[in-house]
Design a protein around this ligand. Structure first.
Ligand SMILES: NC(=O)c1ccc[n+]([C@@H]2O[C@H](COP(=O)([O-])OP(=O)(O)OC[C@H]3O[C@@H](n4cnc5c(N)ncnc54)[C@H](OP(=O)(O)O)[C@@H]3O)[C@@H](O)[C@H]2O)c1
Length: 392
C-alpha cells in the first residue's frame, strides 16, 4: 500500500537521505505530498522535478517567483513564506519527516502533528523547546512521534514493548566530535573547516558544529528525557568513537539492550519510513570482525562545558531549554560566519541563560508553542546584543 509522505527540510542532509530511500523503494511505495526548503530554490526545484510532489514550498517568501518559474509547466503547485510552510505541513499524509533545522521547524512540525499521523522527528528542537506541548499534542491527536536522531531511534528500538516501566537508565553514545582528543589550548584556534570535519557522520552545518562542542549531545539528553519521560539522572552519555552502538537501554534486572548499525542516517530514517515494518537500505552491513574492537569513555565536561550547561537547563525547565537552544543557534551562526571563536559558543549560551534567569524570563513550563517562541525571540535578542558589545 502506498504511503503518502511530506518532507519538511527536503533539501538538507536528512531530507535528501530520506528521498534517497524513497527513490530506492519499490515503485508505488511512497506518494510525495509536500517538499519544503528555506531558500535553496535550485535544489528544491530539482527534487520536485524528480519526485513529483503535489506541492513544493520555499520558506523565504522572497523566492516565490523564482520557484514558480523553476517549476512552470510541471503541474506541481508552488507556494512561499512561513505560513505556506505551515499549510503544506498540515496537508493530510500518513507520514511527515520533520527535518527543518532549528526552532524554525516548530510550527510546521506542530501543524503536521495535528494530522494524527506519523511524525518522524529529526528536528530535536521541537522537544528541546516545547517538549510537553509536542508530547501532549501527539497524544491528543493520536499521532505517533518516531525519533530520527540515531541515538533516540536506537533506544526506541531497544525498548521492549511494555517494558518501559522497568528501565533503570538509557545511554546515548557520542562519537566525541572532531576535537575529542584536543587540549583546550588547541581548541581556541579551531576554524570553521576544522569544526565542520566530523570524524564519523556527514551532516548539515549546524548539527556538525553542535557535535564538535558536544552541545548536540546536551540537546539530545533533553530530547531523550522528554521523549521517553525520564529524569536527567536516568539518561547517561558515553563517548564511543566508532559510532556503531547508537543507544542502550539498561533494565532493572541488569539486562542491557543495544541497537547497532553502520553510522549511516539512512538506517534510522528507514526504520521510521517503514515503521512498524522494515525496509532495505544501501547502508554498509556491519562487519564486526573487521571492526575488532569498540571503545567507550566518559565525556569530558571540563573541555566540553556545553554538556553541563544543557543538563542545568533541563533541570531549570522549559524556558531554560528553549533559551539554550535559541542562544546556541545564534552563537553557532556567528561562529559559522567567522564572527566569534569556537570556545565563545558555550560561553555566550551560558551568559544568555544567566541574564534571562536574572530577569525572570525563563518559565518552568510553557502553556503553548507561542510561549516557547517568545523565549526563543528574547534569547536571540540577548545574544545578538552581547555580541555587539551591548550588555544583555
Ligand atoms: N544531519 C543529520 O545527520 C542529523 C542527524 C540527527 C538529527 N538531525 C536533525 O535534523 C534536523 C535537520 O538537520 P540537517 O543536518 O538535515 O540540516 P541541513 O542539512 O542544514 O538542512 C536543513 C533543512 O532545513 C531547511 N531550513 C533551514 N532553515 C529554515 C527555515 N528558517 N525555515 C524553513 N526551512 C529551513 C533547509 O532549507 P535550505 O536548503 O533552503 O536552506 C534544509 O532543507 C536538525 O534539527 C538536526 O539537529 C540531523
Amino acid at each position: 500500500m502506498s504511503r503518502r509522505i511530506s518532507i519538511l527540510g527536503a533539501t538538507g542532509s536528512v531530507g535528501t537521505a530520506t528521498l534517497d530511500l524513497v527513490s530506492r523503494a519499490e515503485t508505488g511505495s511512497f506518494e510525495l505530498v509536500a517538499l519544503t526548503a528555506h531558500s535553496n530554490v535550485a535544489a528544491l526545484a530539482g527534487l520536485a522535478r524528480r519526485y513529483r510532489p503535489e506541492i513544493a514550498v520555499i520558506g523565504d517568501g522572497a523566492f516565490a517567483d523564482e520557484l514558480k518559474e523553476a517549476l512552470a509547466g510541471t503541474g506541481i503547485e508552488t507556494a512561499a513564506g512561513p505560513e505556506a510552510l505551515i499549510d503544506a505541513a498540515a496537508r493530510p499524509v500518513d507520514y511527515t519527516m520533520a527535518a527543518i533545522v532549528g526552532s524554525a521547524g516548530l510550527r510546521p512540525a506542530a501543524a503536521a502533528l495535528q494530522n494524527g499521523s506519523i511524525l518522524a522527528l529529526a528536528n530535536k528542537e521541537c522537544l528541546v523547546c516545547a517538549g510537553d506541548y509536542f508530547m501532549d499534542l501527539a497524544q491528543q491527536r493520536g499521532a505517533r512521534i518516531l525519533p530520527v536522531d540515531s541515538e533516540h531511534n536506537a533506544i526506541f528500538q531497544a525498548i521492549y514493548p511494555g517494558h518501559d516501566k522497568h528501565i533503570r537508565r538509557i545511554i546515548l553514545t557520542a562519537s566525541g566530535g572532531p576535537f575529542r582528543d584536543w587540549p583546550v589550548e588547541k581548541m581556541k584556534g579551531v576554524s570553521r573547516a576544522d569544526a565542520l570535519a566530523h570524524p564519523v557522520w556527514s551532516m548539515g552545518d549546524k548539527i556538525s558544529i553542535d557535535s564538535a562542542t558536544l552541545m548536540n549531545k546536551g540537546l539530545e539528553v533533553i530530547e531523550a528525557c522528554r521523549l521517553f519521560g525520564l529524569p536527567s539522572e536516568q539518561v547517561d552519555i558515553v563517548v564511543h568513537r566508532q559510532s556503531v552502538i547508537h543507544g542502550l537501554v539498561e533494565y532493572i534486572d541488569g539486562s542491557v539492550l543495544a541497537q547497532l548499525g553502520s553510522p549511516d542516517m539512512r538506517i534510522p530514517i528507514a526504520s521510521t519510513l517503514a515503521w512498524p515494518e522494515r525496509m532495505e537500505t544501501p547502508a554498509q552491513p556491519l562487519d564486526l570482525a573487521a571492526l575488532s574492537r569498540l571503545d567507550f569513555e566518559a565525556p569530558d565536561e571540563t573541555r566540553f562545558p556545553a554538556l553541563r550547561i544543557a543538563r542545568d537547563a533541563l533541570l531549570a525547565g522549559e524556558g531554560a531549554t528553549a533559551g539554550l537552544n535559541a542562544a546556541n543557534e545564534v552563537a553557532v551562526g556567528a561562529f559559522l560566519a567567522d564572527q566569534i571563536g569556537f570556545l565563545d559558543i558555550p560561553g555566550l549560551v551560558a551568559d544568555c541563560l544567566e541574564a534571562m534567569d536574572r530577569n525572570a524570563m525563563l518559565p518552568k513550563r510553557f502553556s503553548g508553542i507561542e510561549d516557547a517562541l517568545e523565549v526563543d525571540r528574547l534569547a536571540r535578542d540577548i545574544v545578538a546584543r552581547r555580541m555587539s558589545g551591548i550588555p544583555a
